[in-house]
Every structure is written in C-alpha cells, then in structure tokens.
Design a binder for this molecule. Sequence first.
Ligand code: TLP
Length: 369
Amino acid sequence: MPATPTSASAEAITRPARPAIDLRSDTVTQPTPAMREAMARAEVGDDVYGEDPTINRLEELAAEKLGKEAAVFVPSGTMGNALAIITHCRRGDEIIMGDRAHTYLYEVGGAARLNGSPTRVVPTLPDGALDRARLAAAFLGDDVHEARTGLLCIENTHNMCGGRVLSPATLRELAAPAHQRGVPVHMDGARIFNAAVALGIPASALAAEVDSVMFCVSKGLAAPVGSLLVGSRDFIAEARRGRKLLGGGMRQAGIIAAAGILGLTEMVERLADDHANARRLAEGLANIPGIRIAPETVETNIFFFDALGPDGQPNSAAFIAAAEAEGALFSTGDTGSIRAVTHYGVEAADIDRALRIAERVMASRQEWA
Ligand code: TLP
C-alpha cells in the first residue's frame, strides 16, 4: 500500500514524500499542480439536486468524449461497474464475464451481493478477449430452469492480461452474440483512454461497440478520485437512482470533478509516454538473466513478468521484497506474476533506475530463501 504521510504540515499534505519508484499501479498517481489549483477554485453545488456545475461539465465532457448521450460521476471504478450491473440487469439475471476480469476477481463479488446475480465466467484469452466458442454457448434465457442472461461485461484495456488492447473489430465480434440476443454489453474501460491512445483512435470508436462504459479519471489520467459511467440518456437517468442507492450521491463533489476535467482535457495524450516507458522497462528487463518476459506483448502501461530464483522457479515475493528494499515497488496479479504499471510521475530516468535495481536484485538472487 502507498506510504501514508505522517506529518500534518502543509508541506506534507501538498508534497507527499515519494521515496520510491512506484510501479505497483497507476492508481498511485498524484494530482497535477493544475488539478490542485482547479480543485481549490471549483464552482460547486449540490450534485444530488443536479446543481454542481463542475460535475455537470465533467459528465457532459465524458459523454462527448465517448460518443454517448449521457454520463454519471461516481467515486470509484468499482462503483461504476456495480452501477452498470444493477442498472442493466433485473435482480437475479446472470452476468457473463471473463475469468480474469476485474469485475470477477476484484470487485468483492458485487454482482452476487448487490444484484443477486450469478456470474458465468468464460475463459479469458491472453490478448484480453474471451473464448469465442465458450462465449457463444454462455447465453441463457429460454429454459424455465435457468436464470436469464442480463449482461455481458468486457474489459479494455485488460488489466490482468497485462494492459492488452481490444480493437473495435474485436469488440464488435465479442459483443455480437450478446446483441443478437438483445443482451446489453458493458465495458469495464477503467483504462479506455490507454486503449484509444495505443490504437491511435478516439475512445468513442471503442465505446460505439458497447452499450455502456465505465472509465476512471483516477488512474493514468492522474485525478485523485472518480470514475464515470456513460451510456444512453435513459440508462444514465436510471443509473442516477442506483448511484443514490449505493451511497454515491456526493453533494459538492465538483471539488474532485474539477481534477477529472483536467484529466480528460490535458492528460490523455501523455498516456503515450507511459506506454513508451512500459516498453522501455520491459525491454530492459528482458536483458536481465533470470527475468522472463515477452516485451513484444506490451501494448500500454501494464505488463507482467517473472523473476526466477536460483532453482529456476518464479519467486515474485523474493524479487518484490528485494526491489522494495532498493527503492522500486512492484505488485502481483492473479497468477502470482509480478506486475509493473507506468504512470504520470514515473519518468524515463525512473525506468532506468528501476532497471539498475532489477539488475542488482537478480545478481544477488542466490541469496533468496
Ligand atoms: N484496479 C486496481 C486494483 O483494483 C487491481 C489496480 O491497481 O489496477 N476495473 C479495472 C480494469 C481496474 O483495473 C480497476 C482498479 C477497477 C475497475 C476499479 O477501480 P477503483 O479502484 O476505482 O474501484
């Protein structure tokens, strides 16, 4: 977890110590100085009354960027996905998702707990897509013994597949069996702008293939808090009721939406730097004896690798502990491999420092327990 500032001084609050190169996640980004300025000056109102002008502006901007009719601001990506589920589905409808999806692995079983919805998982392919044959066979509804399928969830970029990007053509292909049956498709697009920048297309070209999208301004776009759920006007009107139910009616939250606006207007293009840094790190790691990685699969700002111990077996815990002691932080994913995530605040020089740390850690791996 990120270090918590212990000093109550203003300096500690505005300039938290950043002792390490933090590659655990792009959720650790600090807001830009312009964001702090905009937050301090934000015009606010009661958003539950629809009267926060800054939130209204962010929602309009989000809908426009994704080419959808409307958007609603929520505190987190997890809430945005939960809101999509409870808005699209009747209670007890089954939801199809990949077995490595964030919605399946890391959202506290929200579909079941909040909507009484069983989840039908289909295998996630290494490129972040879903097994087509298993997907086609996953839809239910005509048999009285079965639940109805209420939703298909797709993730883009795919976190646990190492930030892999799904193109509009792939999304169309995956969404087709759902749309043919009248089942809506939701995209967990927490990092949809990373996908759009990697493909060199507008995010709206990706969003066009699905019915709703959740995306986060709090990750690579560097805002401190917030996500948006976008979709049709009717869908978002109903989602506003669901947001209140989930406790996401935040009143004068224009204070945080102000940073989200800058995330969308000033921070999208620079995601290309994060992608270049991830590639540079992956290529450097590939040259270190004992590191196992396929740098050619790095498409955006996330990738996974293994660090092999003296016995030739991956030992993520030993690598992570040794790297942390030297000042580089990494995390792990669902398979136990090591995850590196580049983001605003990590520069090319930090990547080179992280590589030197990885070299030292691997040079001393004979000492790993
Ligand atoms: N991902 C976090 C962790 O929860 C794993 C991370 O460090 O990557 N969808 C996707 C694809 C995500 O990666 C995340 C967060 C979320 C949804 C949830 O967003 P938040 O953290 O805002 O609830």
